[in-house]
Design a protein around this ligand. Sequence first.
Ligand SMILES: [Zn+2]
Ligand SMILES: [Zn+2]
Length: 303
Amino acid sequence: MSTPILQPGEIEAGAPPAPWLKLPETIQFNNRAERLAGLAKAHALADYLRFIAALCRAQHEAYALLPPVTLPSAEILAQCRTYAMPPLNAATLARTSQWSMALSHILARVETAAPAPARAAIARLASLDETALEAIANGLLRHDSEGLDRAAAPFVAAALQVYWHRLAAALDVQDIGRPETLALCPVCGSPPVASSVHVGPEHGLRYLHCALCGSEWNVVRIKCSSCENTKGIAYYGIENSPAAVKAETCDSCQSYLKILYLEKDPAADPIADDLASLTLDLLLDEQGYQRSGLNYFLIPGPT
Ligand SMILES: [Zn+2]
Ligand SMILES: [Zn+2]
């Protein structure tokens, strides 16, 4: 059974309880592409954001083209639910070749839009055999950036996101056990990229967004998602930049995670807005905080 969330001040008479977990929606990649294209206007990193927008559009197409994915067996799903373990564990799940089908499509689609260094990376990836590709995927999913081809990594990550997204979308929330600690995605065990405070039926609730499968899970506000500390949490923003993005810092573990306020901008997207707010990361770095969010388009991610 999934456990709905009831938090003080967030219960309206007759309203159904908000979900503790939201599995990814099909339209996520396309929405992200549009958001990136919008953010690119008058942005110092316009070319980069437009290129990632093209990558997200290719993800959207690959998502639609993939044949149905095969989920873990009912027995494994039941076991994971009982012990509240992620059923699509990024580090241990046996992948099928569908993720590399997604990669082939993505490489073919973005090749012409890619800047020169990225085109060279695409050519390198296209020449690799299955074993070499699987090795890059393993390195990314286990957060081992040693010897990683950084220019090639975003393409492999994009394909893995499509594959995991499809798997997660094929699950039912009832399949997932709610773990006691919520630092990692309950569906695939990956770190969050950022969090967002929702509007609509989950108004005012904060959800963390999985860097890999795109699932979102609720974590109460004013609490470090990394170490669960609730004291001395502070918020940083950049002057004259959209108020939709802030960094939530924790003085206990010296880390931060970005937080998006959808009330200020309902189109804000955790991955897109994270990329468009790198100035905030520089500020936090100067203040001595380490990033806890993982963005696969920004390798190496957390240290
Ligand atoms: Zn996940
Ligand atoms: Zn902390």
